[in-house]
Design a protein around this ligand. Structure first.
Ligand code: TYM
Length: 337
């Protein structure tokens, strides 16, 4: 805290696919941890989701479901600003201004764009390319000091920093230059069937991922059939061959807040089968209350709407303040209201 004012945390999740334990361990766990000591803004970034084709009805459902999952994992709507990106108009407006400061070269270097656009049959639209500018706007609009994210978003936060520095240099000090908060362990949870690839909420197939709201039988089955290797020892060692067991140890460690070394000691003399069985129980035990709370909340849309109205109204006030400052600085004539 500086001068009695809390520092600002902001993050967002796309309502595409089903949120996974990767999203939880890499990002949401930090959202929950940080809620008491910071001013926090957590969004569902529905506009980002439009960069790939979405079924409109499903998108609406998933957007509300992510809000319900925010609450279900422990975010208190009275302590946090929980809102939907498209409910605050400033995000897209600031995107235009920042887009005029961002080089095509900078956008072309984004690995996520390169990965997504190189997939066979990918529909590459302008939104997919300019998406990091929208993310920069999300962050800079609220003067966020810190941005809790998983590893894969680090490069986007770095671009955000570059854009902020560029704007501040050209037009005088305006934006806070944000820093990412990336967990030391669990910043990149891997796919259970292909532990060399990131666990993703939107890849098709899905047997290698665990969703926060999956059925417990499916969860247990997926952990038990996770790809490991022909070894015997439960050890966190380097090398591609050990990626499967390394990933499972990381999941176990993060869900139980136990250091990996303690887990290695605990499983001396035991095999992968025992370890996976215990881990399956742990994941099911962790997710069951989240799933139940999510399901209850989804039956109470009025409550979710109240939370969203409050979140959007507070965010919109902040966004307008920043946007009018930015418009003035870049030389736009102020509209009389
Ligand atoms: P998204 O929706 O892909 O992912 C949400 C968050 O989960 C993290 N994450 C993971 N962490 C560990 N292991 C994994 N396998 C894994 N998969 C995903 C992501 O790093 C992210 O923190 N562009 C962002 C959303 C966004 C945003 C923002 C984030 C839009 N505006 C402003 C922060 C601030 C995205 O697509 O995340």
């Amino acid at each position: 805290m500086e001068n009695g004012k809390k520092k600002i945390i902001l993050s967002g999740i796309q309502p595409t696919g089903q949120l996974t334990i990767g999203n939880y361990i890499g990002a949401m766990k930090n959202f929950v941890r940080l809620q008491n000591d910071y001013e926090t803004l957590y969004m569902v970034v529905d506009l980002h989701a439009l960069t790939v084709p979405q079924d409109p009805k499903e998108l609406r459902h998933k957007t509300l479901s992510v809000i319900a999952q925010y609450i279900a994992v422990g975010l208190d709507p009275d302590k946090n600003n929980l809102f939907i990106q498209s409910h605050v108009t400033g995000h897209t407006e600031l995107t235009w201004i920042l887009g005029c400061l961002t080089g095509l070269g900078e956008l072309s270097r984004m690995t996520q764009f390169k990965d997504k656009s190189s997939k066979p049959g990918a529909s590459i639209n302008a939104g997919l390319f300019t998406y990091p500018i929208l993310m920069a706007s999300d962050i800079l609009l609220y003067n966020a000091d810190f941005v809790p994210v998983g590893e894969d978003q680090k490069q986007h936060v770095e671009l955000t920093r570059d854009i902020a520095v560029k704007f501040n240099y050209r037009y005088s000090d305006t934006f806070t230059v944000p820093e990412p908060i990336i967990p030391k362990s669990g910043a990149r949870i891997m796919d259970l069937q292909n532990p060399l690839a990131k666990m993703s909420k939107s890849d098709t197939g899905g047997t290698g991922r665990i969703a926060l709201i999956d059925d417990p039988n499916i969860v247990a089955k997926r952990i038990k059939s996770a790809v490991t290797d022909s070894g015997m020892e439960i050890k966190f060692s380097e090398g591609d061959e050990k990626a499967g067991i390394r990933n499972l140890l990381t999941i176990y460690s993060n869900l139980t807040d136990t250091p990996v070394s303690e887990l290695e000691d605990k499983y001396i003399g035991k095999g992968y089968g025992d370890f996976k069985k215990d881990l399956a129980d742990i994941v099911v035990e962790k997710l069951t209350p989240i799933r139940n709370k999510h399901d209850d909340l989804m039956k109470n849309k009025d409550y979710l709407e109240t939370v969203l109205r409050k979140g959007a109204s507070a965010a919109q006030d902040k966004a307008w303040r920043m946007l009018s400052k930015v418009y003035r600085k870049v030389g736009l004539v102020q509209a009389s209201r």
